[in-house]
Write a protein that binds this ligand. Structure first.
Ligand code: ADP
Ligand code: MG
Length: 281
């Protein structure tokens, strides 16, 4: 990978490389740690958008302190946070394999066995965060990365409160771009339990892994929201009955009766062949 000249050296520590991805309020670049040549990913957030909103500012501070404390094999590690007057830089572990769903778009749906492994890793990460009071609330394809060994790394964890706020303020409309993953409990606008919302989204992700397409779709947005609220989805016939039953527990429209994380890890479909994932406490 080519690295640019010293003009793109950050803080005398990192050489900026190519653009990896663009979020709604940030750009992420590949970079190299000058000290040891290690690859990192640097997310650059423009402060000007944040400075006008004190709530957003304090949210960022809170979330950074949470992110710094998250240490899990399936969560992208935040190495350090640097800042100038105008920008914030998140220096993170570089995840080589790209976005999980780009893989599905390219190679098609996963086998049940392969998707089980990824799902076990996802739940391991989500359970770890929930036990620390961190709710992602924005688990979506772009935030699920795959490393060179084919293992999952959840990114953007902890910044969810921030992105959520941005949406509420209506500052960044593009962030509303993943309505297919939204839980019915959010759509009803009566307040929601962050843990249950994350579990719903995990259900959508599991469906897509095994089906290769989304469970709720409609050419019309309101039509799709209606299907989400009614829990109207159909599993393809190649799915095992154990998986169909498990999905119906994850995609239960009632957050009260929806499966909990502790129930997930005891589920027969989930548990099958479980050996590689460590459930960190
Ligand atoms: P935003 O919060 O603005 O959505 P993200 O943190 O999701 O920004 O990053 C945008 C994109 O950059 C991701 O969808 C992904 O493709 C890429 N990316 C983010 N973090 C990494 C990383 N640690 N390693 C490799 N690519 C990354
Ligand atoms: Mg993102």
């Amino acid at each position: 990978m080519a690295f640019a000249s010293s003009e793109t050296t950050l803080f005398g520590k990192y050489e900026l490389g190519k653009l990896l991805g663009c979020g709604a309020f940030a750009k992420v670049y590949h970079a190299r740690d000058i000290k040891d040549g290690r690859s990192v990913a640097i997310k650059i957030i423009n402060k000007t958008r944040i400075n006008t909103n004190p709530a957003l500012k304090s949210n960022i501070k809170r979330e950074i302190s949470i992110m710094r404390r998250l240490r899990h094999p399936h969560i992208v590690k935040l190495d350090e946070v640097l800042a100038t007057k105008t920008k914030i830089y998140f220096v993170m572990e570089f995840v080589k394999g790209g976005e999980l769903f780009a893989k599905i778009a390219k190679d098609g749906k996963f086998s049940e066995e392969k998707s089980r492994k990824i799902f076990q890793q996802l739940i391991s990460a989500v359970r770890y965060c929930h036990s620390r009071g961190v709710y992602h609330r924005d688990l979506k394809p772009e935030n699920l990365l795959i490393d060179e060994n084919g293992d999952l790394k959840v990114s953007d964890f902890g910044l969810s409160a921030l992105t959520e706020q941005v949406q509420q303020d209506g500052l960044l409309h593009t962030l509303c771009g993943t309505p297919s993953y939204v839980a019915p409990d959010i759509l009803t606008k009566k307040g929601y339990d962050g843990a249950k919302v994350d579990i719903w989204t995990c259900g959508i992700i599991l469906f897509v892994l095994n089906a290769g397409y989304l469970p709720f779709h409609d050419s019309n947005l309101m039509g799709m929201y209606q299907k989400i609220c009614n829990g109207q989805f159909k599993c393809p016939k190649w799915m095992s009955s154990d998986l169909k039953r498990f999905l119906s527990r994850l995609l239960d429209t009632n957050p009260i009766t929806r499966i909990t994380i502790e129930e997930i890890i005891k589920d027969p479909w989930f548990k099958k062949g479980l050996k590689r994932v460590k459930f960190c406490e």
